[in-house]
Write a protein that binds this ligand. Structure first.
Ligand code: ADP
Length: 422
């Protein structure tokens, strides 16, 4: 193993793994730290769920993951967070970075959430989401990690005792190694790095390839494989993204209520495809159940793809939350969709698209999937993945989409890419 990645959430792990595969690294994603040790691959991504938990727990879990990766031979550790730098007032980006630096004996690292292909750029230390500053974007209303300051130097400095500085765009352009050396001389321990395009990410990766620790969104991962290759550490493989060919019925389950997913569901319905809606209130009274949903879905599966969705507009989500409570509504929908996914797989579905980060976590857990081999991207940040069913070992292809990703035709596009005739 060359690179060991610790990701602070599930779909974020798939996102960074996808970047590595794109650049020719064989990459496996595991869910948590497996007791039986880590698989063989150029890169292993450990998916944690540490973004919003108490900092002390996030630190403990991240250190445990780091130790497993080091034990398996990782030359470099990568702490992956969201491209919108999602963090609470107390962390967890700062505390986890501090702990990893200390454990690895690192006296310098970078922090760079930039992902230009998805509109996330950093300039003068300020994070932009498309044309807006982070603090003007929808992220300011996020229920768990509202981001109200776009100045990442300030945000990160409030989460760590170590000195946070800025690796400026101009320095990066002119002489990146010199700019880094200068920051180190000034006593900077964590440098927020500007990056406006993939070229900047390549430069940044090259100058950071031998650091014990990198902290970043998924973007920087794009530049690491070529930097490793220049050092003779690995050869890119043409088959890195190759997954098994599978047949049979296909389906989509969606528990994301993001704008992007709402548009994707609307498009699916407008295209005249089969769609079955979940109603949280009916689930609560028992008028609708996972069994009743499956009874509706299974008979039509043979005729074409089926979408089961809880996706709804904000006013409908709010109404359900007012009636049931935010957490209870979320848990009820997640649990039902996970049971539905189980039923679909039992009925022979081997290509399944899941929309929603939390929803994906619930589905993968219900299917008892432990490892995902990462395939080709459907859109930036969302690849097809292959896992083995626990009983039979049969291949199962999953596309796990975090809420805001994907174009309006994402569901059909994903299924077509997996060989389904639509
Ligand atoms: P995203 O990636 O878009 O954030 P997630 O799956 O992570 O999607 O989160 C969406 C949350 O909203 C889940 O907990 C899901 O169960 C919940 N949810 C989905 N549909 C509804 C609904 N109609 N009413 C209330 N909550 C819902």
């Amino acid at each position: 193993m060359i690179l060991g990645v610790i990701a602070d959430d599930f779909t974020g792990a798939t996102d960074v793994a996808s970047m590595l595969v794109r650049a020719g690294m064989q990459t496996v994603q595991v869910l948590g730290v497996p007791a039986e040790g880590l698989p063989e691959a150029d890169a292993v991504v450990i998916a944690l769920k540490t973004r919003t938990i108490p900092a002390i727990d996030a630190v403990a879990q991240s250190l445990q993951a780091m130790e497993a990766l080091r034990k398996a031979g990782a030359r470099q550790i990568y702490f992956k967070y969201c491209s919108t730098f999602d963090s609470t007032a107390k962390g967890n980006i700062g505390p986890v970075t501090d702990a990893l630096m200390q454990a690895l004996g690192a006296d310098f690292t970078i922090a760079c959430p930039a992902f230009p292909e998805n509109g996330r750029t950093v300039f003068r230390g300020h994070l932009f989401v498309g044309d807006q500053l982070l603090s003007d974007s929808g992220m300011r209303h996020h229920p768990l990690t509202p981001m109200t300051d776009a100045n990442l130097v300030r945000v990160l400095q409030s989460q760590t005792q170590q000195s946070v500085g800025l690796l400026r765009y101009d320095g990066l352009q002119k002489n990146a190694a010199g700019a880094v050396a200068q920051l180190r001389t000034e006593g900077v321990r964590i440098a927020v790095a500007d990056a406006l395009n993939n070229g900047d990410l390549l430069t940044l990766a090259e100058v950071c390839a031998e650091l014990p620790l990198i902290t970043a969104g998924s973007g920087v991962a794009l530049g690491l494989p070529p930097a490793y290759q220049r050092r003779g550490w690995f050869q890119p493989s043409d088959s890195a993204a190759q997954l098994a060919t599978v047949q049979g019925p296909v389906a989509v389950v969606s528990g994301s209520c993001s704008e992007a997913t709402n548009a994707q569901v609307a498009r699916w319905i407008a295209d005249g495809r089969t769609a079955i809606a979940l109603d949280p209130l009916a689930l609560h009274t028992g008028a609708q159940t996972a069994e009743s949903l499956l009874a509706e879905a299974l008979p039509v599966l043979a005729g074409g793809p089926v979408l089961l969705y809880a996706t709804a507009a904000p006013d409908r989500v709010k109404a359900a939350q007012a009636e049931l409570g935010v957490e209870a509504a979320g848990a009820l929908v997640e649990h039902t969709l996970a049971t539905v996914a189980q039923g679909l797989v039992q009925a022979g579905v081997r290509r399944l698209v899941v929309a929603g980060g939390e929803t994906s976590g619930a589905v993968v857990q219900a299917l008892a999937v432990q490892q995902l081999r990462i395939g080709a991207p459907i859109c930036p940040g969302v690849p097809w993945t292959q896992s083995a069913l626990p009983q039979s070992g049969e291949p199962l292809l999953l596309a796990l989409k975090s809420g805001n990703f994907g174009g309006v035709d994402f569901f059909a596009e994903a299924l077509r890419q997996a060989g389904a005739a639509l």
